[in-house]
Each structure stands twice: as C-alpha cells, then as structure tokens.
Design a protein around this ligand. Structure first.
Ligand SMILES: *[C@@H]1O[C@H](CO)[C@@H](O)[C@H](O)[C@H]1NC(C)=O
Ligand SMILES: *[C@@H]1O[C@H](CO)[C@@H](O)[C@H](O)[C@H]1NC(C)=O
Ligand SMILES: *[C@@H]1O[C@H](CO)[C@@H](O)[C@H](O)[C@H]1NC(C)=O
Ligand SMILES: *[C@@H]1O[C@H](CO)[C@@H](O)[C@H](O)[C@H]1NC(C)=O
Ligand SMILES: *[C@@H]1O[C@H](CO)[C@@H](O)[C@H](O)[C@H]1NC(C)=O
Ligand SMILES: *[C@@H]1O[C@H](CO)[C@@H](O)[C@H](O)[C@H]1NC(C)=O
Ligand SMILES: *[C@@H]1O[C@H](CO)[C@@H](O)[C@H](O)[C@H]1NC(C)=O
Ligand SMILES: *[C@@H]1O[C@H](CO)[C@@H](O)[C@H](O)[C@H]1NC(C)=O
Ligand SMILES: *[C@@H]1O[C@H](CO)[C@@H](O)[C@H](O)[C@H]1NC(C)=O
Ligand SMILES: *[C@@H]1O[C@H](CO)[C@@H](O)[C@H](O)[C@H]1NC(C)=O
Ligand SMILES: *[C@@H]1O[C@H](CO)[C@@H](O)[C@H](O)[C@H]1NC(C)=O
Length: 441
C-alpha cells in the first residue's frame, strides 16, 4: 500500500443535498453535468471535427466520453443526444471501420483504440440506435477492434501480451501495459457474453493468464492491477502504480466471464478485485467517495488520470448487474460518490474542489460526476443485453483487417514516413513526457 498517500485528510465537509432516491433529482443533476461536458464538444460547433472534444480531452478520452453520454441516454431513456453520439461514433471509426482513423493513425496506442472499442461494445449492449449502414454495426466495430488488437498479440517478448503502442516509432513501444491488455481482456469477455462465441473466452483467458504470469496482477490479501512492465529482461521490472480504471477493466471483465461461463473462478477473481477496489474510495465520515488514490490527494492527476474514475464508475455499475451479489456494495459506493459529486459541482471552483461545473475548473472530472450520478439508476435499468435477449446489433466476426495485417511485424517505415512521424512525435512529445513521468514515479 506504499503507493497510496495515506496522510491525506479531508479538510472540508459539506452538507449533502442530492436525494439519490428521487429519480427526478438525479436526472436534473445529470442534465446539468452533461451540458458542462457538451460545452467542450467540437463536432456541433463551427469549424469543429465530428467526434472530437477540445483540449484538455485527448482522442481516447473522447471515445470514453461517448461511452458516458451513451449510457446517459440509456439510464434516463432520453434520446436527445442519440444523433450526436451516433454521428461521432461512425465518423471516428475510420476508413477500415476499426477506430484507427487516419488522423490518429501515427500516434494511436492499443489503449486508445481499446477505449473506442469498449464504447461501441457498450452501444451493442445498450441496444443503442443502429447505424443505417449494416456494415457499421456497433458489434461489428467492436469485433474489428478486437481483431486488430488481438492480431498484435506479441509472443516474441515475455511470452505474450500487447505492447502499449501500436507503432514502433512511438515512446512506449517497449512497454506492455495493463490498460492495453485490460482493454483486450474486457472486450473479449464482453464479446463472449454477447455473441456466445467461446473463442472470445479463450482470448480473455489468454490475456488474464499472461498478465497474471508476468506479475501485473497481485494476489495476496489485495488484488490490484499494476501499471505495466518494460519488455527488457523478459518483463521482470513491473511498474507498480495502481489506477482505478485498470481495476475496473479487470473486475468487470471477470464479472462478464462469470455471468457467461458461470465458472466459479471468475466469481472469485471478481470478488477479490471488488474488495480491493475500496482503496479507490475515500471514507468521508462514513461516506465512501470515489477518487484516484495515486494522484488526487496530492492534486497531481494529469488529464489522462483525471478521467480514470469516470471509467471505473462505469465498470462498477456493469459489475453490479452481472453479479447480483455485488449490487449492494457497489450501489452504496455509487450513491455516496454521487452525493459528493453533486455537492462539489454545486460549488464555485476552489483548489479543494476538483469538479466545478459552471466555470469548468476541471472539466474532465465532470465525466466522473456524470458516471457516478447516472449509475445511481443502474438497479432500475436492464443489464447489458446480449444477442439472445434484446441486443439487435449484428455480428461481423471478420471485420477490421484490411490495412493492418494479422500476425505481421509492425510496419517498416521508409525514411520519409519516419520524418513525418518524428514531427508528430515531437508535437505530442511533451504530453508523452508528462505521462512517462507519471509512469515512472
Ligand atoms: C423529487 O425531486 C423533484 C425535483 O427536485 C421534486 O419536484 C419532487 O417533489 C421530488 N419527489 C419526491 C417524492 O420527493
Ligand atoms: C434530455 O437530454 C437533453 C440533453 O442533455 C436535456 O437538455 C433534456 O433536458 C433532457 N430531458 C429531460 C426530460 O430531462
Ligand atoms: C481529420 O482532420 C481533418 C483536419 O483537421 C478534419 O477535417 C477531419 O474531419 C478529421 N477526420 C477525423 C475522422 O477526425
Ligand atoms: C467466433 O469468434 C472467432 C474469433 O473472432 C471468429 O473467428 C469466428 O468466426 C466466430 N464464430 C462465429 C460462429 O461467429
Ligand atoms: C519469460 O516470461 C514469460 C512470461 O512470464 C515466461 O513464461 C517465460 O518462461 C520467461 N522466459 C524465461 C527465459 O525466463
Ligand atoms: C526498473 O525500472 C525502473 C523505472 O524504469 C528503473 O528505475 C529501475 O532501474 C529498473 N530496475 C531494473 C532492475 O531494471
Ligand atoms: C472460490 O472461492 C471459494 C471460497 O474461498 C473456494 O472454496 C473455491 O474453491 C474457489 N473456487 C475456485 C474455482 O477457485
Ligand atoms: C468509514 O469511517 C467511519 C467513521 O467515520 C467508520 O465508522 C467506518 O467503519 C468506515 N468505513 C470503512 C469501510 O472503512
Ligand atoms: C447474469 O446477469 C443477469 C442479469 O443481471 C442476472 O440475472 C444473472 O443472475 C447473472 N448470472 C449470474 C451467474 O450471476
Ligand atoms: C459563485 O459565483 C457566482 C458568480 O461568480 C456568485 O454569484 C456566487 O455568489 C458564488 N457562490 C458562492 C457560494 O461563492
Ligand atoms: C432493440 O432495438 C431493436 C431495433 O431498434 C428493437 O426492435 C428492439 O425492440 C430493441 N430491444 C429492446 C430490448 O429494447
């Protein structure tokens, strides 16, 4: 537990006013937060690109944000934003319909692609309004992401695993991280349950076993997911940061597998990850409030890290539907977090208040506020659908391959390509250095 800043104490206690038993109250609070999120959406503004948010949102965070907005339409049965979300998800899919659009293709990592993949998987599971072109079915897009990611599985180094980066010219190509592998694990587990195709179970198992074998999952009293591992020395040097979204990816992935296979081992893993997930909650006089334990207490979370708890909250909500015996614990955490988020969003921004909706002190945290608020509705809404019980999205198990060939080494670059890539890399270099500093601390 040495990665936690245990000396953090809450210096303020505010009155809590959100009535989490009143659906209208929750809906109105969520509507306010959604407006704050949409203020940063560029796609409906003059000169903006469909599917993109303005800074500080990165491309992967846009993918995750559409997952939150999509769930908002589902939880409150409110179709207002459906056309906006649908247009964005279709537009960013790219020419090969696999979320490697040309604009991102030189900088994109496995985790970036993975988060868009999880969002379209969510669209299939929520029976979200289908695209008019049947080739672009949500499920088919998720399968394309799965196919391209699994084709990058790298047996040559450390007996398997996905590298962080897709392309060798990007910093982090020599790092196999939990979020990339966790995305593949989560996606495989969900595809298995949705399609009842056991090939996906085999893949989920392969990813889990590799992560476990290489030491990315701790298994003593606490079950945590470490950040990643450098490939040198056969992946012997694990970077032991712990992030909430990785916990959520593994927890809910295990929950999907248990729900589908009913194999007790996945229940056991789920319960272990869930019990350990309590470190991502701060106990404020008995109320458990979600937070990013490794950076939030010291107010040092970067833009990526600020969005992790939003994803974590979504994965918790899903878990509570897939394993009914987890519902009570998770709902308790979600409700107390929603109260805190409502309280914080109602303030004017201060250094102690990370949320601040009205003046966007930190808009990325708004997604977290939205997720904890809307997941209060989870018990009242259906579980993720499958092809057999309400999901209408069509399967295209062979999608996604055209340009990225299966089982080939990464592209070999010409000198000209390298020059172009170097320019892009130097533009984003600063943010990469920022991320690396965090990885190394
Ligand atoms: C729920 O909240 C709404 C809006 O704040 C309010 O008008 C309504 O009276 C509340 N319902 C109950 C049962 O408290
Ligand atoms: C439906 O969603 C839109 C967009 O967030 C919002 O403006 C509207 O108030 C919502 N409708 C209801 C009934 O809450
Ligand atoms: C790619 O970038 C160009 C130039 O900014 C923009 O016009 C286009 O819409 C972008 N495409 C995607 C899929 O984001
Ligand atoms: C099951 O999934 C695998 C892996 O993507 C695919 O190759 C196979 O065609 C799928 N089977 C069916 C019946 O869809
Ligand atoms: C390298 O690591 C992998 C994965 O942990 C393991 O299966 C393999 O035995 C290791 N190889 C050597 C030579 O230690
Ligand atoms: C492990 O990685 C850390 C961070 O990159 C580095 O400081 C340390 O020297 C490495 N240890 C070994 C044994 O390679
Ligand atoms: C799951 O946990 C229970 C209780 O600790 C234990 O009895 C059982 O053997 C475990 N099952 C598996 C498959 O590991
Ligand atoms: C949270 O703190 C309260 C005291 O404020 C304590 O009674 C309670 O047991 C704590 N809960 C957990 C889960 O640590
Ligand atoms: C799977 O999820 C469904 C929907 O919530 C639930 O009714 C069922 O009990 C779950 N199955 C298991 C084995 O927990
Ligand atoms: C918050 O800011 C608004 C506008 O600047 C101001 O009218 C209001 O009094 C402030 N509220 C508090 C509690 O400071
Ligand atoms: C899913 O969507 C399809 C097509 O719009 C519709 O026919 C079906 O009733 C929906 N299923 C559920 C459970 O709402």
């Amino acid at each position: 537990m040495n990665f936690l800043v245990l000396s953090y104490f809450v210096t303020f206690i505010h009155c809590i006013w959100l009535d989490t038993n009143n659906d209208t109250t929750i809906r109105l609070a969520a509507n306010t937060v959604v407006q704050g999120v949409l203020d940063y959406y560029e796609g409906d503004k003059y000169g903006g690109t469909v599917g993109m948010f303005s800074s500080p949102y990165y491309w992967w965070e846009a993918g995750a944000a559409f997952g939150s907005l999509l769930d908002y339409t589902f939880f409150f049965e409110n179709d207002t934003l459906v056309p906006l979300i649908k247009e964005a998800l279709e537009y960013q899919a790219g020419d090969d319909l696999n979320y490697i659009p040309l604009n991102q293709s030189t900088t994109e990592g496995n985790d970036d692609q993975g988060f868009w993949g999880l969002t379209v998987m969510g669209a299939a599971e929520r029976n979200f309004s289908n695209p008019s072109d049947p080739k672009k079915s949500w499920l088919g897009l998720a399968q394309a992401v799965f196919n391209t990611m699994s084709s990058r599985w790298d047996d040559d180094q450390c007996g398997g695993g996905l590298r962080w980066q897709i392309f060798q010219w990007n910093t982090g190509y020599d790092y196999k991280n939990s979020v990339s592998n966790g995305c593949l694990f989560n996606l495989a587990a969900r595809l298995a349950r949705y399609t009842a195709n056991d090939t996906y179970v085999e893949w989920a198992e392969r990813v889990f076993d590799w992560m476990y074998g290489v030491g990315l999952l701790t298994e003593n009293e606490w079950w945590f997911v470490y950040d990643g591992v450098k490939i040198n020395n056969n992946c012997s040097n694990v970077t032991k940061n712990v992030w909430s979204y990785n916990q959520g990816l593994l927890l809910s992935g295990c929950a999907y597998l248990y729900n589908y296979t009913e194999d007790e081992k996945w229940l056991n893993y789920s319960m272990n990850f869930l019990r350990s997930a309590q470190v991502f909650f701060k106990n404020i006089s008995g109320n458990m409030v979600i937070y990013e334990a490794a950076c939030q207490p010291s107010k040092n979370c970067n833009n990526d890290q600020r969005s992790f708890i939003a994803n974590f909250a979504r994965f918790l909500g899903l878990t509570s539907k897939l394993i009914p015996q987890t519902e009570e614990t998770i709902n308790g955490w979600i409700k107390s977090s929603a109260n805190a988020a409502a309280d914080w969003t109602n303030w004017n921004s201060t250094d102690d208040n990370p949320y601040g909706v009205g003046n966007h002190y930190d808009n990325v945290y708004e997604l977290s506020a939205l997720e904890v608020m809307q997941n209060v509705m989870t018990p009242k809404r259906p579980a993720p659908y499958t092809a057999n019980d309400g999901g209408s999205s069509k399967s295209h198990p062979g999608n996604g391959y055209p340009k990225i060939k299966q089982n080939t080494k990464p592209l070999t670059l010409t000198t000209k390509d390298k020059a172009g890539a170097a320019i892009i890399t130097s533009i984003i270099g600063l943010s990469i250095i920022g991320t690396l500093i965090w990885l190394l601390i």
